[in-house]
Design a protein around this ligand. Structure first.
Ligand code: GDP
Ligand code: MN
Length: 348
């Protein structure tokens, strides 16, 4: 299915009998990677994996973004590996700096406290700009404005299986908005007030909360408290029209005003996830259970042996994180009303 090397035979909609040959039409999609120059050699294997497993067949473009100018070495090597058009953008200052209403002394004091408490990335200023950028600005970069769909790729990831269909067309044709591969619990200490701010937002704009939302997955008490479940945002395949729409734009502005990017350490993953779970019907969320993916210590590996053979996967099934306790995969299957893979209980 969706093989650009083959001509697609389609029934002509105007006359039932005739068939016409139409060329393969790709989605309006791009890969997007935020990275530093210093990460070049950790990024190249990620690109190679995505190209070998998927993009060599489709040649989708790739946008690279950085708060600094990319070096010539970075651009040359990356361009050599990407089979679509590789584009390099510098992030505008307004998307990577403090809003004027943020108290920088207070922000610095928080970083110091978080360092003492050994909260991961708690002491880093750059990490906070990164999370704010990935929450509210990547889809507004001029290079990204040309596209509707994106697949986010980070340095040091692995792709374990052949992805032999066009994931962007899949999203489009199945009316999906947000796709992910790994879900997990957030560290409470990084988002102490995120749920309170989200509740304030919902009270102010109840019209944005979808009646078929996925609240059950993010809250175990009907919205009273947040259970910390979120989609891991280092791999997202999604529709930027959602981020660009009114509900998310107002939500991001509300959160940005509240100051939690700097006074706490709010991540883009819980923020994206809360918006997806609340402002969309849950039918628009898609779990890509078939990619095979690793980022840092967590792995998705398809549990079915035959599937792994057919898709030339090179992961170890026992490393699969989906049904482990710290994941939110089991809850995802249950709240979404999906049937868990036959093998699941052997991998908890
Ligand atoms: P983690 O995945 O949460 O552990 O965080 P990472 O360190 O992987 O950062 C997430 C993404 O943002 C990766 O693609 C990084 O390359 C990128 N990133 C993080 N900090 C910076 C930064 O200061 N500048 C740039 N240009 N990219 C960054
Ligand atoms: Mn990362």
């Amino acid at each position: 299915q969706y093989d650009p090397n083959e001509t697609v035979i389609e029934k002509d909609k105007t006359s039932k009998m005739a068939i016409k040959q139409v060329p393969y039409e790709r989605a309006n999609a791009t890969f997007v990677t935020l990275a530093r120059n210093s990460e070049l050699y950790k990024l190249l294997p990620s690109i190679r994996a995505v190209e070998d497993r998927f993009n060599h067949k489709y040649h989708y473009d790739w946008v690279f973004l950085n708060d600094e100018e990319f070096t010539d070495e970075f651009k040359t090597l990356v361009t050599a590996l990407v089979s679509g058009k590789a584009q390099f953008g510098k992030i505008p200052k307004e998307h990577w700096s403090y809003p004027e209403y943020i108290d920088k002394n207070k922000a610095a004091a928080v970083r110091k406290q978080m360092k003492e408490k050994k909260i991961i990335y708690g002491d880093l200023e750059s990490y906070r700009h990164m999370c704010r950028f990935e929450s509210g600005f990547f889809y507004r970069h001029p290079l990204m404005e040309n596209y509707r769909w994106y697949w986010r790729v980070e340095p040091e990831i692995q792709i374990f299986c052949d992805v032999d269909y066009d994931v962007f067309k899949y999203m489009e044709e199945n009316n999906k908005t947000y796709g992910f591969t790994i879900s997990i619990h957030e560290f409470r200490a990084t988002i102490e007030t995120l749920w309170d701010e989200t509740k304030k937002f919902m009270a102010k704009f109840p019209q944005f909360v979808d009646k078929d939302n996925f609240m059950d997955w993010i809250s175990d008490d009907k919205g009273e408290t947040y259970n910390l479940c979120h989609f891991w945002s280092n791999l997202e395949i999604a529709d930027m029209d959602f981020w660009r729409g009114e509900a998310y734009t107002k939500y991001f502005d509300h959160l940005d005003r509240a100051g939690g990017f700097f006074y706490e350490r709010w991540g883009d993953a819980p923020i994206h996830s809360l918006a997806v779970a609340l402002f969309l019907p849950k039918s628009k969320i898609h779990y890509f259970d078939n990619i095979g993916y690793k980022h840092s210590v967590y792995t998705q590996c398809p549990l079915n042996h035959d599937f792994r053979v057919q898709h030339k996967c090179h992961c170890v099934a026992k490393d699969d994180f989906t049904f482990r306790g710290y994941s939110c995969g089991k809850q995802y299957y249950e709240k979404m009303g999906l049937t868990k893979p036959n093998e699941w209980s052997k991998f908890t």
